[in-house]
Write a protein that binds this ligand. Sequence first.
Ligand code: ADP
Ligand code: MG
Length: 701
Amino acid sequence: MTEQILKTPIEYLKGIGSQRAEILKKDLEIFTYDDLLNYYPFRYIDRTRFYKIRELSPDLPSVQILGRIISKEVLGEKHTKRLVARFKDDTGSIELVWFQSIRWIDKIIQPGSVFIAFGKPVIFNGHFSISHPELEPYQPNIENKGNLTLQPVYSSTEKLKQFNLDSKGIQRALAVLIDQVIRQIKETLPEYLLKSHKLISLQKALYNIHFPENSQILKDAEIRLKFDELFFIQLKLLRTKLLRTQKFKGAVFNNVGDNFNTFYSEKLPFKLTDAQKRVIKEIRQDTQRGVQMNRLLQGDVGSGKTVVALMIMLLAIDNGYQACIMAPTEILAQQHYLSIKSLLGDDFINLEILTGSTLKKARVSLHQRLENGELDILVGTHALIEDVVKFKNLGLVVIDEQHRFGVEQRAKLWRKNVIPPHVLVMTATPIPRTLAMTLYGDLDVSIINELPAGRKPIKTVHLFHSQRLRMFGFMREEIAKGRQIYIVYPLIKESEKLDLLYLEAGIESINDEFPMPEYQISIVHGKLAAKDKASEMQRFVKGETQIMVATTVIEVGVNVPNASVMIIENAERFGLSQLHQLRGRVGRGAEQSFCILMSGNKLSSDARTRLETMVRTIDGFEIAEIDLQLRGPGNIEGTRQSGVLDLKLADLSIDQKLLAEARETVIKVLEDDPELKNESNLLLRQYFEQKSAGISWDKIS
Ligand code: ADP
Ligand code: MG
C-alpha cells in the first residue's frame, strides 16, 4: 500500500535521527511521518507585505516592519533588566524590547543598521512596542522569494529548541517530508463530495496548511481539513447510532394504560406546557418503534423535566416494565423521590429509593421486591448501578444531570435487562448546539424551551460591594414578605483558604445584620459532615430558616419554591453556566424572584461580559453560547474528559456552520447508503474501517 510510507518512524526522516526522534515523541507525540504531517502550524506570520509603523494597531497579528535601529540602551537591574532599541521607518518609530539573550542581541543590533523585524505590536505606556521580535538583516539585492509568503509558526518546546527543532526547524523537517510523501497521500473524501462542497483535495490541503502560497489557498486548506475532521466524527457517531438501532431491540411502549391516564386526568396538579407535551409525544413515538431509545432531554432549570420523566415512567409501567431514575447526589435523589411521591399520591405506584445510605435490612427487601417485580419505580444514586441491583423487567432508565455520569455507568444500566432499557438523559445545563451535536451526536435530542405559565422571569441586578447596605435592606423587605433567601459564596480549590475566610466573614456579618431570634439562618458548606449538611438543608426546605448561607453545594437541583432571592457573592469568580445554575434555584414559585450578583469594582473584561450577560438574559441556551465563546469548547462543563473535543483545526465555538454542513452531509450519505456499500462511497468505508481500529470512540457518548 502506498500509504505505508506514512507509518515510517520519524527517526528515519533526514535530519531527525534517534535523539531528536525521542524528544519529538515525548514532547509532541510525534512518532511517525504521519504524525508530523498532521502537526499543523498554530498561526502564520504575514510576510506577504511590510507594514508601516503608522499602520500598526494592537489588533494586528505578528507583522513585519522594515526599519532602522536608531538607538539602544540596557535598562533595569536583574530581573527587570532589558534591552530597548528604538526602531524607525519613514512613518514613525517604535520600541523593540528584549528580556533575554541581551548580550547577544546587543552585539547584533548596531545603530544605523537596517532590519526586518517580525513580531506582534502591543501598546505599552501609550507607545507601540514589540517584545522579542525576530530580526533579519535587510539585504536589498537579494530577492528572497521564500520570505514573501505566509510563514507558518509551529509550537515547540525548550528541549526541542536545544536540538534545533524550533518553529523553523520543524518547518525544515516538514519541507523534507512533504516532498517525499505528498503524492502518496490518499484522498479520504469521495469525488462527488469534494465537488458538491467545493473542497480542495487532501494533498493540496496538507501541502498548503504547511506551505501556504497565499492566504486564499490557506483558507481553502483549513476548510478542507476542518471539514474532514468534523465529517468523520459525525460519520462515526451517526453510524454508531444506526448500528445500534439495527442491533438493539427496544421495549415497545404502545399501550397508554391506566397509570398514565389516571395520573394525567386525576393527579397532575397543573397544565402541561406545550413544550412538555411535544417532548412527551416525541418520546412516545420513539418508544413505539421497537428499537432502543437514547435520548437527551434538555431544558432549562425549572422547565419541568421531572414530570415529563415521570409520565414516561408511567408509560413503561403501563406496558409491563419497571423504570428507574438516577441522580448524581443523595440530596437530589431524595428530592426526586419526594417530589415524585407527592405528584403520584399514595397507593398508586410502588416507589422506592435506594442510595448509599439505605440500611442493609431495607436494602435486602428492596432488592427482592425489585427482582420479583413488585416495585415499579426505583429512584436512586450510583447505588442503582451495582450488580446486586437486579430488576425483573427494566424498561426505562432516566438519568438526571447527565454530565456526572460516565458512559461506562450508562452501559452498565443497559445490561440490566435482556432487551436494553430505553435511556432518557436529562440535563439542565443547556449545551450549545455545536457541542451537543458532537458530544451527544449519537443521541436524539428533545428540548423543553418554555417555562410553565405564570412564572415571572427572574430579575437580575449587579451590585458592587460598596452597595451592600442596599442588599441588606432588600433582604429585610423580602423576608418580611415571608420569602427565603440564598447567599452563595464561591469555594474554589485553588484559593480555598481565602474563600473560607470570606465565607466566615460573610456569615458573621449576616449574623450581625439578621440577629436571632427574629431571623434564623442555615449554613451549608462542604466542610460540614453529611448529616449536618442534610439537617441544615432540611431546616431551610421546611421554612424554619429564612436565610441559607452556602458554598456551591446547593448548585444542583435543590428545589425550594418559597426561596425567591439568590445572592451570589464574588460573582465575578463564577463561570457563566454556574451562575445560571445558581440563579435557577429561585423563580420556582409564583412570586417575583430576584438574583443579586455582588462583585468587586475591578473586573476583567470576561468577568464583565459574564455579569452583563446574566443581567441581560435568562435564556440558558443563549448563556451557554456566550460561555462557549468565552471559554472555548474544552472548558465547558462536562466536556473536559471528552476525547471528541480534541480537534486539531476545527473549533466548535467558531465553526458552527461547517459542523452543521458536515453533519447534514453525513446524514444524507447514510440515508442513501447506510452500509456504505456503494462504489462511490468506497473511500468512506475504507477510511472508516482503518480509523476506527485505533480510536477509543466510546468516549463520545
Ligand atoms: P427541572 O426541569 O429544573 O427539573 P422540575 O421538573 O423540578 O424542573 O420542575 C420545577 C417546578 O415546576 C416543580 O415544582 C414542578 O412541579 C413545576 N412544574 C413542572 N411543570 C409544570 C407546569 N406545566 N406548570 C406548572 N408547574 C410545573
Ligand atoms: Mg430537575
